[in-house]
Design a protein around this ligand. Sequence first.
Ligand SMILES: [Zn+2]
Length: 363
Amino acid sequence: MEKTRLPWLEAQLVSLLAGRERLAHALLLFGPPGVGKSQLAHDFGQALLCESPASGGLACGRCDACGWFAAGNHPDWRRVAPESLDAASGGDATDDGEDEGSAEAAAPRARAGRASKDIKIAQIRALADFIALAPHRGRRKVIQVDPADAMNIPAANALLKSLEEPSGDTVFLLVTSRPAALPATIVSRCVRRPIQAPTADEATAWLAADSGLSPADARTLLDAVGGSPLRARDAAEPAQGTAYRTVMEAVAGIPDTRLQAVVDLLSRLDPSGWLPPLQRWLLDLARVGAGSAPRYFPAQAKRLAQLAGRTRGADLAEAGAWLAQRGRLAEHPLNARLFCEEILLRYAGCFDRADRKRREGQR
Ligand SMILES: [Zn+2]
């Protein structure tokens, strides 16, 4: 898979690599969701294992090690992720754990069966031989644990043992957007490396170039997804597929359909499958309400106009801001159904209130 260049990561990668000669045996790479932390960890691992690194230690992209790395089968590299993510992304190491890159596909995907969202103790124990054996090729082995906060308590305890008795040639890269969710005992054994998000201007310029949106629309979309560039990119992708159409039909039906039926449908999907489309729908509703043409759903112009006439711009703006804020919690909803219901009730509330106010005004 061709990876998109994420320019704000480049200097950060070079800075990580500057310390490669006296590298700690465990690094905690943490930062906001959707900024490319997983890709950075992946690129860092590749550079550490590259057999003819370029200046600054960057991976050459041409040696045997880089070839195996690209194919996902370098013998000195392991990536530990929840089963659900591996099933969804084909084990590709370019997603930022639970919330970034292609794992957050524009078209909704059903949760991968009953695949666990936890990293389990068996997955950590399975690393024992890898840790104990000498590297196959170079001087090091690298293990990316991503997202590290997905480890359940037994898994975290098992990892702690490895961190307490470091083997000199194994480097752990723990990736998380929620460092506070990790046990303090783990964090204290890692060197903490904050990963910075791009500035709003950098993110806007990148998104506009990547997606073809105007800078103004790119900024609006970034705001709608809480500022995360990778989420915004996924939200900007032209969505296709029957599952996506089903989602959009269900969303377009609100508030005239039975809300619980929509909750039933959407809560079976990962929030990344329905939340960005709902946010785009809201943006279009606001556009149409303000007299502009819909940007994302031109085919639904009639329905959008009908709905826009039943609500107020201020209510939509308020709901949009609320949704963007709640959306940031979407990667770990405690209860997928309640989360979905809360979001949809809030959206449907835009119409209830407006209808009520109108009725009151007519009295
Ligand atoms: Zn190389």
